[in-house]
Structure formats: C-alpha cells, structure tokens
Design a protein around this ligand. Sequence first.
Ligand code: NAD
Ligand code: ZN
Length: 350
Amino acid sequence: MKALVYNGPGDKSWTDVPNPEIINSTDVIVRVETTTICGSDLHILKGDVPAVTKGRILGHEGVGTITEIGSSVSTLSVGDRVIISCVKSCGHCANCKTGLYSHCLGDEGTSGIGWIFGHLIDGTQAEFVRVPYAENSLYKVPEGVTEDQAVMLSDILPTGFEIGVQNGQIKPGDVVAVIGAGPVGLSAMATAGLYGAATIIAIDLDKNRLEQAKEFGATDTVVSSATDWKAQILALTDGAGVDVAIEAVGIPQTFTMATEIVRPGGRVANVGVHGKPVELHLEELWIKNINISMGLVNTNTLPMLLKLVAQGKLPAEKFASHHFSFDQMLEAYDTFGRAAETNALKVVIS
Ligand code: NAD
Ligand code: ZN
C-alpha cells in the first residue's frame, strides 16, 4: 500500500510499504478513505517530536471502512464505515473507565503520545491502518454524515470541546475569548455555544482566520498584533475581562495573554501544546482567584459531538477548505504547510 512515511527531520515520502496486519485479537484493519493533516504532523516533520522515529507512518485523523477484524471484536463488522479516534484506548482499564482515554493503561504503548496514531504506532495517512483496541477506538458513522464532517471528529472537534470548552467550564451567558483561530480554536468557538456562551471573542494575528471565525460562532474579533488589543478586549467586556480564556496556539505569549484578559474568578483553559516553558505568574494570579486547566484530548465526547453533527447542529464540514486525492498527498502537505498563503484550514484527502 501507499503511505506517508517520516524519513527523519525535513524528509517525508509517499511511498510503498507493507500492508498492516492484525496483531492482537482486539485489532481491526481499516481501509482509510479520508484523512487530513494536523499542525502536529508538521511539528513531527520538523523533528520537534524526537519520540517519533524514522519509518513511522504519520496521521491521526481518518474515516474508512473495516476490511478485517480480530477474533475477539464483536461490536464491529467488516464493511462498517468508521471514524478513527486520534487516541486508541482499551476502554476498560482504570483510566479509561474515568474517560481518560489518552492515559489508557492497556499494554500496547505508553501513556500520552504513545496512544496517538502516527507517533509510536503507524498512523492514518495511508491506504490501510491497524487500529488496536478497535471496539473503543472506532465509532460507526451514521447515514447522512459526510466524510468531510466525520474526519473533523477524529481530533479537532473533541479537542476544542474537551480541553477548551469543558475544561473552561463555560456557563450560559459567559464571555469567552479564544486565542488562536486555527482548526482547534475554531472548534472551541463552534462548541462554546453548546453551553450558552453569550459572547465569543476570536483573537488571532491573521485577519483571514478572524473572518472565518465568524462562521464558527465568533461574535467579535481582535487582531492580537494591534497595539491596543487589551483595550479592545476590555471594551468588549465592560472593563471586566473575560469569564473564560481559551489558549489554542501553544506559545508563551498567548498563554500570558490568556492570564491577562481573564476576569477575577475566571478560568484559563490551555489547549495549545507548548514546546517551551511558559511563565506562570502565580504571585498575580492567586489574588484574582483564577483556575487554570490543561490536558491531552481523550475523544470520549466523540459520540455526543457526532450526534450534533448528524443533526446539523455543528458545522463540521466548514473546516474542509481544500480537497485532494491520496495520490496528491505531498501536494496536500504543501498546501497545508503554506496555510498563511493558501488560507488552508483542513485539507481533506480522500
Ligand atoms: P494552528 O497552528 O493551525 O492554528 C494556530 C492559530 O494561532 C493560527 O490561526 C495562528 O494565526 C494563530 N496565532 C499564532 N500566533 C498567534 C498570536 N501571537 N496571537 C494570536 N493568534 C496567534 O493550530 P491548531 O491545529 O488549531 O492547534 C492549536 C493548538 O492546539 C496547537 O498548539 C496544537 O498543538 C494544540 N492541540 C492540542 C491538543 C490537546 O490535546 N491539548 C490536541 C490537538 C492540538
Ligand atoms: Zn484503557
């Protein structure tokens, strides 16, 4: 089969590799019919994630059809159309039972990135993928949900919702700021409305992204490079600051920004993956009674979000900005990698 293989920093190829095979009785093989590229694939390609080694097939988002099932898989069948969660998990260990799928204690991999496809196990940017613990890692796609919609449920929608909106404990009437209007930040904006956020302020450097943000529920926008960005946010919140600040960039400046714009008693939900230490001014934050949360997505809300997508209540298809065939995988990477010029949000490969 063909797959997108990481050959070391700065080097990738769309090349022939052996087809995956069932290893454990809980595995299934999925023919990947739709996949997409995530910013974290670009980080891996730069060499920023040393745990990912040469020869790894990248990708952790995908939709496809089951072609083979392990002997102990009973809730799935050959021919089922499924969404592949970016996190594989056994579903019955102590951590999985609490919904902490990204820290599954199952015997195949280690906690954290070991459980994400395309890191320590082969990923979804391939014609076929082996899915361990398939019964808990795959979700059947209902009739009427398109590939463009379904693939956004592998990672970005659950991430924005679980780590941004749920951890941020958004309540009806809240004023929410989302810093970073990339796919994950936009997912947080799109799902913040589920808990009744009254005002959703999108903050980004890129004006195109801020324009797009309005289609995902943003009520106001602020360009973060503007010298008066803080004054703009205070003006939008009657001088109080926001109830919830969601950080969806992953750099120290935007984390600091989140802590600066939150009102006393408010919450900072950090979603961004930080490659560097951030400054945490507890000496200022304690007296403001700020709660700060963070974490790795679990995708345990995927079934609920899928229902909303099926009912037309979440505009998942709007993330699909470009379409490519599998043969155009490298072109898809090029378009996604030049997002500032191409305005790519999610490139869908099918
Ligand atoms: P992205 O790179 O596509 O988007 C980031 C956005 O931030 C862009 O629109 C960019 O213009 C904007 N930005 C950059 N610098 C900025 C600044 N100074 N002020 C305001 N905006 C700025 O990323 P994404 O795919 O949307 O992911 C967002 C973050 O979420 C990343 O750090 C990613 O690694 C992380 N993530 C976390 C999890 C998790 O489980 N916690 C899962 C997936 C992704
Ligand atoms: Zn588990």
